[in-house]
Each structure stands twice: as structure tokens, then as C-alpha cells.
Design a protein. Sequence first.
Length: 429
Amino acid sequence: MKKIFKVLAIVAVIGFSFIACDNGDNGTEGGDGKKDPIIDTTALNAVIQEALIARDGVETASNASEVPTGKKWVTESEWNAFDTVIKTAAEAKANPSSQSAVDTAKTNLQTAIVTFNNAKKNGSGSAITLSGTITVKNNGQIVPYVLLQAYAEDWSWQEMIRIPATAANSPWKIITSPFSSSTVICFVIHGYNNDKYEDKLFEITATEKATAYNTNVTNITINMNLNLITISGTLNLNYGKVIPSISISIYKGDDTMLGATTIVNAGNNTPWSIMLPSQAVDTDITFSVVGFDGPLPWEYDQLFAFWRKDFGVKIKNQNKTGIALNLIVISGTVNVTYNGNRVPSVTIYIFEKSGEDWEWFANTELHSPSANATWSFVMPTYTSDKEIRISVLGSDESGNDLFWNDVTTKTVKNTNVSGIALNLGNITD
């Protein structure tokens, strides 16, 4: 799964259209009434994009036989060293303290790119290729640059490739290791207007699929004729602090992903917009929202997450504005030990009452939490009182269950609820 996470992270960083709150780029008011000098992060951003391109298709391994022939690899430590510098640069861009700090981050990242490129080695393992052509149009016009994200239906495998698709039927090829069994491959298309793969136009699940095993698969034809619309609104959340980045993705009823974006430095009343393919009929859509403790989504710890929740929004073939994603925070502390020791992993679950049943809503995991460890969830508001149940699962280092307790129920609606103490005490065998 480590490789999957890295691919997701790269797609997230280069793939989403970033909407940021004021981060100082336009100057800030000083105590004397004058504006501080503008901090220019343009050059730093260009180097960040160069760094992300340098990571494209690179795998981590301990020897060449683990990586298919035709691909590059580095060791885990070489990847992590490069990743640290990229994160430092991204943080400097998201929250620039001075022009000097931004320039230093740029210089350090340029040096790290050279080091990383020199560290790349050739794989020598078994390899197959998936290949074909792609044509993506919006309102009849070719989308000139696409990023093709291929993944197994169960997300056990994922690869991506950038394709300058300036003409119809542009060729593409992905090299990977053979699969252990017949595997259905799905595709997500990310569309851009420039060769830096910035300012994403859209991110849409393709209707085409392929099946792969241990031989080459050719002639995979992907065609998308789109008429994009834009939906937009605000994210309304009183989290108690600025959230470094939030991913918003949109799905329709059959779980097809229609679009996504990322908001950097998100606060309350933060604007967002996403381009989606128009629909032939009124179509219900759902939203997934994930918050991260850093400016690069999927590369930092998750602060909160909920998946495919209904905000009562339908789309068809026209732009739609003013969609308010109103969220509340449920938070508290947890106190539990097992046989007198800290529990290696504590997972807190929230279920919402639906008729006579309890439906899973979300969960968060704490690693070896100390006494009074804090936890929080973010969830949509309700128009009337909603009963939720909070349960706690304890697990050992191997993921084996130690205990499960349904701890408490609460009633929530449209305001934050804090101070929920989950006091389980000491649990014994």
C-alpha cells in the first residue's frame, strides 16, 4: 500500500486546482499602515512542479529485481529524504514568511532534485505494458494535456502517466509488474491546459475498463466527449484553526467520481469550485471531504474525513453556484488502557441513527493514545436533531481486536459539540 499512497499523493499535489485563503502573497498591512513587500512564490512553485515530475513513475525498492524492467527506482530512505524537502518547499509556498525563506526553499529543492535524479536506478524485474490511445474533448475541443490514472478495482495497484494529448488518439503506455491474477483496471482522467499540469480543469472517472494479468494489454481506447459545467460554493466550518488543506470530491449515485478540488489554508466561508461533466437528466451528487495536517493532500495525516454524503444537490447541464457545505465538529477526549498499558491503536467510530438501524458514518484512529488524548470528527449539519453513537475499538500492534465498546450516544444538529469524554478505564482480558 505504500506505493499506492505515493501515487495518490503525487496525483493530489499536481492534480487538484488549489484554492487558497490569503497567504501573504498580496502583501499584509503593517503597524504603520503600509503594506509589507509582496512575497513572490512563482519560482518556488515552478521548482515544486519540477520535483513532482522527477518523482513520476519512480518506485521504492531494496533491489532492482523488485522493480519491472523499464522503470526507475530508489531506496525508501532516498525517497523519504526527497519527500521531506518537497514538503518543506510546499509549506514555504503555502505560508511564506519572507522572500528569503521562499528563495532558500527553492534552492534547497533544486539541489534535492539533482540528488534524487542521480539516485534513480533501473529495474530488472518482470514487466508487462498496458497501452492504447486516448482522446479527450470538452465542447468539441481537444484537451491538450491529460494525466491518466490507472488503478485496480480494489485499489491494490495504481499507476499514472502524463500525456501531451494535443491530437485525437494520442498514444500512451504504462509499465508495471505482472498481476498475480486476472485484474480489472479502471481509469481516472485529469485534464489540464498547460504542460506544467497545473490548474486542473477536471478529474473524471472514465467509462472504459480493461482486464490485465501477466501479458501485455494493447489497444485500450479511451474516449471522452465532455461538456463541462462548474459548480461552486463555500465550505463553512468552525474547526478552531486554519486547515492546511482540504480535498473535496464529488460522486454520482453509481459511485462514479465526477470531479475534485483542493482548498489550501481553509477556514470558515472558504470558496470552492469544481468542473463536472454535464448530465442528461437531473442527477443527485454526493460529497467526500478530507482535511489534512499539511498543504499537500494525501501526504500528511488526516485531520478528518467523511465519504459520499448527501447535501441535497442535483446537477444537470448548467452551472450551479451558492452550494454551502455546512459542517460541524464533534470532539472530545478518550481514556483507556488495556491490562494497565497503553492501547497500541484506538479507533473511534461514529454511527448515525437511520430509522431503527445504526449506519457507519466515519472513524478516526489514534496511535498509542495517552490519557485524555483528543479526538475529533467533522460531519455535515442536520436540519433536525440527529442521534449518533460513538464506539471505541482497541487493537494490538498486529491489528488484532482487543476490545469493542459502544460508549455513548449524543444528539447533534447544526452546531459543534465538544467535551465528549470517552472514559473506558482499564480493560483486562
